[in-house]
Ligand binder design. Structure first.
Ligand code: PHE
Length: 359
């Protein structure tokens, strides 16, 4: 066998042995590269006599063409293999049954929030919102709680690291700063309800460091405690889904209201594990409230000679616990699907006043 035939065999064997493109490229360089075996062979043509060149020229050239063809064919085959391997790993068996995804339900807090929104929207209130991280000024000072006021101690505040100018932000301890934001940005008449997250350094069976409150604010030229009582009664009837309720007022103190009133709701807790609203000899705390303090109106740019108003606020989680008989607040925020399936609500049952709040 001639040297040329041996060379061709060796190169063809190396081409079919190449397992990937890099190996194939090495074979190509060794054969057809600048210093490759076949290139070297072609270079010898230059030193040959005319007759010799006529004889060897076609032989060498056709060898080079065959090798080039073999390289191209192998390269295409390798690319096909790579694609097939990739497709094989990405194959999806569309006949497999669907994976059982864990299915959640509407959280009682979301449910109560939607119920409350439906009720107050019907009474002509708009929904207002504010941030969880609040200015100290809005959470306290503009609510008539100046820096050294003892009421600050009652709030067990989470403070955020001071700003460059020394001012502090807080995690809002109540939804009342939304009153401030609303009065600073709107002209009376104002009627808003503002449910949202609040934070205090406090945690046990009925307190969680993060909890929810609702806030109501009405500012107009003629408003009084009688309006406030009516609004709370209407809310309680709709919310607890009873025809009649009775609420009682207790004198109280909040720096941002004067006078301040706390409201209790008459209920019957004589049957174990059950509460009936509207009758009975027990009272449940419902909300704090009062007439907005003239100083607060003033600090928020509203003329206290012309306008006055009332505000109320309380615990949203507490309302959920009362209405749906949930004894402990902590699991509200534990993301336990078993708890959620027990107390949660169907996603498509949107609470409406005419369709029924909770069915
Ligand atoms: N912000 C008060 C609290 O957290 C509740 C309240 C709201 C009282 C509005 C009066 C008026 O206890």
């Amino acid at each position: 066998m001639s040297d040329i035939q041996t060379l061709e065999r060796e190169i063809l064997a190396a081409i079919s042995a190449a397992r990937d493109e890099a190996a194939l490229e090495a074979v190509r360089v060794a054969a057809l590269g600048k210093k490759g075996a076949i290139s070297e062979l072609l270079k010898t043509l230059g030193g040959m006599s005319a007759d010799e060149r006529k004889e060897k020229g076609p032989t060498f050239n056709s060898l080079r063409d065959r090798i080039a063809d073999a390289l191209a064919a192998r390269k295409a085959a390798l690319a096909d293999d790579a694609l097939s391997a990739k497709l094989a790993t990405e194959r999806v068996d569309v006949t497999l049954p669907a994976r059982p995804e864990p299915r959640g339900t509407i959280h009682p807090v979301s449910q109560v929030l939607d119920e409350m929104t439906a009720i107050f929207a019907d009474l002509g209130f708009a929904i207002a919102e504010g941030p969880d991280v609040e200015y100290d000024d809005y959470n306290f000072t503009k609510l008539n709680i100046p820096p050294d006021h003892p009421a600050r101690q009652m709030h067990d505040t989470f403070y955020v690291a001071p700003q460059a100018d020394g001012s502090r932000h807080v995690l809002r301890t109540h939804t009342s700063p939304v009153q401030v934001r609303t009065m600073l940005s709107q002209k009376p008449p104002i009627r808003i309800i503002s449910p949202g997250r609040t934070y205090r350094v406090d945690s046990d069976a009925t307190h969680s460091a993060m909890f929810h409150q609702f806030e109501g604010l009405v500012i107009d030229e003629v408003t009084h405690l009688g309006n406030l009582k009516w609004v709370l009664e209407e809310f309680c009837k709709a919310f607890f889904e009873v025809d009649q309720v009775e609420i009682r007022a207790r004198p109280s103190f909040f720096p941002f209201t004067e006078p301040s009133v706390e409201w209790d709701l008459r209920c019957d807790r004589s049957a174990p594990g059950k509460i009936v609203f509207g009758t009975g000899n027990d009272w449940l705390e419902l909300a704090g409230s009062g007439m907005v303090h003239p100083r607060v109106l003033e600090m928020c740019g509203i003329d206290p000679e012309k306008y006055q108003g009332f505000a109320f606020g309380g615990g949203l989680d507490r309302l959920a616990m009362l209405k749906y008989g949930i004894p402990d607040i902590r699991p509200f925020f534990e993301s336990d699907l078993r708890w959620l399936r027990h107390y949660g609500f169907a996603a498509l049952d949107i609470p409406t006043l005419d369709g029924g709040l909770s069915r």
